[in-house]
Design a protein around this ligand. Structure first.
Ligand SMILES: C[S@@+](CC[C@H](N)C(=O)[O-])C[C@H]1O[C@@H](n2cnc3c(N)ncnc32)[C@H](O)[C@@H]1O
Length: 308
């Protein structure tokens, strides 16, 4: 079942694909162009702007994010020399963790020049800059040769992209057989709980974050499957995201003065949108899932050449 389009989605359709791409480039980037120091006061030390994985409610943010990085690394199982694309790499949280813990080659892409600058500086400090490239671009304009990538991640980023069908097709084509796709993001439950066009939703999706499009999980999985990938894992991280947001809100409160100095009015934006999002996850009006899929490999001949 496909979700009824929200007002924001209808506006995106009316703009047309190219204008919508430019709209995302500007409206979404505006949030991430804020000073990285602000986010360093709110997020974990690697600046993950996405959920951690909490096992207990009282765990701290660093523990939950460290578990998430390790979990992603395990799912992607990157081998020496393999090529990885992190779409919406932010300040490099997952990308740099993976670069530091594997011998893969990494390409990140972000809409924010400031994020790119910060991520490259962090790559240098970590001594992995030789295996890390970061582009300032919209994913739709990347030239991705077919069967050139071993893994693609979208962590907290695909929700900003309207043109999902085309993006899934592009990424699936670029994966090698056996290549992995990992998506961690927000979805609407199929059963409508609450008003998806409420002023509160619009505040998060437009005022705070520029543009967001939440699908039903089943619709996103359908797009992945239709591009020839097998879904091998789905984890419900809704409760973890509510905990993560709780920690972020505490940090915004604790550093309100400094954030206000760096970006007047921004502490309020952060606190309001994070509080609405946290309540939505607690009430399961929005859901958070991590999905792993693999591009099907052609069947290998059995030993001795016997075929079924
Ligand atoms: C919530 S942040 C997530 C950052 C990072 N993945 C993490 O987990 O810390 C969303 C990121 O997606 C990027 N982004 C959003 N839409 C994009 C697009 N169409 N093309 C490339 N990057 C995009 C933003 O610039 C930002 O870096």
């Amino acid at each position: 079942m496909t979700a009824l389009p929200t007002q924001l989605e209808r506006e995106a359709e009316a703009r047309g694909a190219l204008t919508q791409r430019e709209h995302e480039r500007q409206a979404v980037a505006a949030h991430y162009e804020n000073h990285p120091e602000i986010f360093s006061l709110v997020l974990d030390r690697r600046l993950a702007y996405a959920t951690g994985i909490f096992r207990r409610e009282e765990e701290d943010l660093e523990t939950a994010q460290a578990r998430k990085y390790a979990w992603i690394a395990e799912q992607l199982a990157i081998q020496p020399g393999q090529t990885v694309l992190d779409v919406g790499c932010g300040w490099g949280s997952n990308l740099l963790y993976l670069a530091e813990h594997t011998e893969g080659c990494f390409r990140g892409v972000t809409l924010s020049a400031r994020q790119r600058e910060e991520a490259l500086a962090r790559a240098k400090r970590a001594g992995v800059e030789g295996r890390v490239r970061i582009d300032l671009a919209h994913v739709e304009e990347l030239d991705l040769p077919s069967e050139s990538l071993d893994a693609v991640l979208f962590v907290g980023s695909i929700v900003h992209m309207h043109n999902r069908e085309a993006i899934h097709e592009k990424v699936a084509r670029a994966l090698r057989p056996g290549g992995r796709l990992l998506i961690s993001d927000c979805f609407f439950p199929v059963e409508a709980r609450g008003d998806r066009d409420s002023a509160a939703s619009r505040y998060i999706f437009e005022t705070a974050l520029g543009y967001c499009r939440l699908l039903h999980l089943s619709d996103e999985l359908g797009l992945i499957e239709r591009c020839g990938l097998d879904v091998v894992r789905v984890e419900d991280l809704t409760a973890s995201y509510a905990c993560t947001l709780g920690r972020w809100i505490d940090n915004v409160r604790a550093h309100r003065g400094r954030i206000e100095t760096l970006a007047p009015g921004f502490p309020r934006v952060l606190q309001v949108y994070m509080t609405i999002a946290r309540l939505s996850f607690l009430r399961r009006r929005a859901l958070e899932y991590m999905v792993v899929a693999v591009k099907g490999k052609p069947p290998r001949p059995l030993a001795g050449g016997v075929q079924p």
